[in-house]
Write a protein that binds this ligand. Structure first.
Ligand code: FAD
Ligand code: NAD
Length: 476
């Protein structure tokens, strides 16, 4: 007889593992099927985010930032250092240790919550059955069944049809986390989140970095003042971002890669040591759905869902990168919690208006809610207040004064509709804005909240005051 559960989760990324834990907390017998195999041939939990995404990229961003500070910024503090050098294999080793600790930690959480972790490729059959096969050979191991199935199969990098990855000189984001030395010249296709973060890592470590971006607008989804400020700082750091370029192909010549593209001046060739292709991600649904299972994909290949993340098959739900919405770890996790609660008969909910975005460059870029451009297009009247970090004592003390906080509030009600930040530690500061918006705060609420001095959060306070033109530490 096949093993039977209340819930089977396919995928153990931030959407799947969080869903599984919440299901178990709610008393549901739960199994999680995960196909990921690490270099040691063992199952690794945590999905893209923990293995080759959020965590390893932030580990390398931090290491490279330390090196850059040591070689560029310490002097300003009166600290002279000679002979600093980078040990790339050691840096990559540290990153891997963090990945191993965190992925192992999920295994422990699964044990503590009595979640059965199954290593294999899951395929949804008709009637909530899940066939598990060997992730490489495809040999069928067993068939499980459940009252409910949560598909949390995640996403993979988009490969350009005319420019396949060769995992040597032409790599995706995972390959870019494994370089064994700093490339002298690094080309990147796509000035999106991954292009900017990984471009920053290798630039800080000494590579000459050229980023080719198809769009004419830099970071079109972000507040355009923030995008301009960030672009100015990136240029200062030596990131060469070329907008309005159309990449046509690339050849690996053995010791180099030649990237062909067109811009306003015609056809160009860029010679580099490595090429990272970071042009977005797509849902990973290969071998996931049997023909009869009833789950449908939309026209873009995402799993189609209706209310409560329900797919077109009864009691089959889908969450995370494989469904519509931003491809962010925290979005997937919150969907996982909501679906677990719905399955348990509760009222799971996610507020899509307050999902924060963060780009972990220097300066960091973070936002939540609407941009001025979106509000103007929708005809919604607003006031905005902005405050520069250069006018805060803490940012001055840190020698990190680039950027600002901008708060946008409804012109009639003063309710906060969007908050945009570029500057030091805004990845942390954005949480205050998210909480404020979740509680439907007005700019006045933040303006009347006491903020510790001297902190970077004073820029949030002053931006809230500036909405009403009464910031203290700048002319209004
Ligand atoms: P995934 O994390 O992709 O997990 C899906 C899992 O399902 C995988 O482990 C996969 O092996 C497994 N799976 C798929 N199909 C099957 C099957 N049929 N059977 C068994 N198992 C299966 N987001 C942020 O919010 N912050 C960041 O800082 C950030 N940085 C990133 C940096 C990089 C370089 C990359 C690539 C991504 C980053 N992201 C970041 C995005 C983030 O990683 C994803 O949004 C997140 O991992 C999505 O979670 P998920 O659970 O939906 O899918
Ligand atoms: P992205 O959508 O952020 O950026 C892709 C960029 O590539 C876009 O600017 C696009 O215009 C450009 N592009 C597309 N086709 C191109 C072409 N042929 N030539 C030149 N440019 C082209 O995607 P990404 O950077 O690959 O990241 C994927 C997703 O992973 C992100 O959308 C995000 O959801 C997630 N992620 C999040 C974080 C974070 O939260 N800090 C970090 C990394 C990744």
């Amino acid at each position: 007889m096949s093993k039977s559960y209340d819930v089977i989760v396919i995928g153990s990324g931030p959407a799947g593992y969080v869903a599984a834990i919440r299901c178990a907390q709610l008393g549901l017998s739960t199994a999680c099927v995960e196909r990921w195999t690490n270099k040691n041939g063992k199952q690794s939990l945590g999905g893209t985010c923990l293995n080759v995404g959020c965590i390893p990229s932030k580990a390398l961003l931090d290491s490279s930032e330390q090196y850059h500070k040591l070689t560029h910024d310490f002097k300003k503090h009166g600290i002279e250092v000679d002979g600093a050098r980078v040990d790339v294999p050691k840096m990559i080793g540290r990153k891997q240790k963090i990945v191993d600790q965190l992925t192992g930690g999920i295994g422990m959480l699964f044990k503590a919550n009595k979640i059965e972790s199954i290593h294999g490729h899951g395929k949804l059959l008709v009637g909530n059955k899940v066939e598990v096969s060997h992730p490489d050979s495809g040999e069928v191991i067993e068939t499980l069944e459940a009252k409910n199935v949560i598909l949390a199969n995640g996403s993979i990098p988009i490969e350009l049809p005319f420019l396949p990855f060769d995992n040597d000189r032409i790599v995706d984001s995972a390959g870019a986390l494994e370089f064994t030395e700093v490339p002298e010249k690094l080309a990147i296709i796509g000035a999106g989140v991954i292009g900017l973060e990984l471009g920053s890592v290798w630039r800080r470590l000494g590579a000459e970095v050229v980023i080719l971006e198809a769009m004419d607008t830099f970071l079109a989804a972000a507040d355009q003042h923030a995008a301009k400020e960030a672009a100015k700082q990136f240029k200062r750091q030596g990131l060469d971002i070329r907008l309005g370029t159309k990449v046509t192909g690339a050849e690996n010549t053995g010791d180099k890669v030649n990237v062909n593209y067109e811009d306003a001046n015609g056809a160009q060739t860029l010679e580099a040591d490595r090429l990272i292709v970071a042009v977005g991600r797509k849902p990973y649904t290969e071998g996931l759905l049997s023909e009869e299972c009833g789950v449908q994909l939309d026209e873009r290949g995402f799993i189609q869902i209706g209310d409560e993340w329900r797919t077109d098959a009864a009691n089959v739900f889908a969450v995370g990168d494989t469904v519509k919405g931003p491809m962010l770890a925290h979005k997937g996790s919150e969907e996982g919690v909501a679906v677990a609660e719905i399955i348990a008969g509760k009222h799971g909910h996610v507020n899509f208006d307050t999902i924060p975005w963060v780009i972990y460059t220097d300066p960091e870029i973070a936002w939540v809610g609407k941009t001025e451009h979106e509000l103007a297009e929708a005809g919604i009247p607003f006031n905005s207040g902005q405050f520069p970090f250069a006018a805060t004592g803490r940012a001055k003390a840190m020698e990190s004064t680039a950027g600002f906080v901008k708060i946008i509030a409804h012109a009639d009600t003063d309710r906060i509709l969007g908050v945009h930040m570029v500057g030091p530690h805004v990845s942390e500061l954005i949480a205050e804005a998210v909480v404020a918006m979740e509680y439907a705060a007005s700019a006045e609420d933040l303006a009347r909240t006491v903020h510790a001095h001297p902190t970077l959060s004073e820029a949030v306070h002053e931006a809230a005051l500036a909405v009403d033109k009464r910031a203290i530490h700048k002319a209004n």
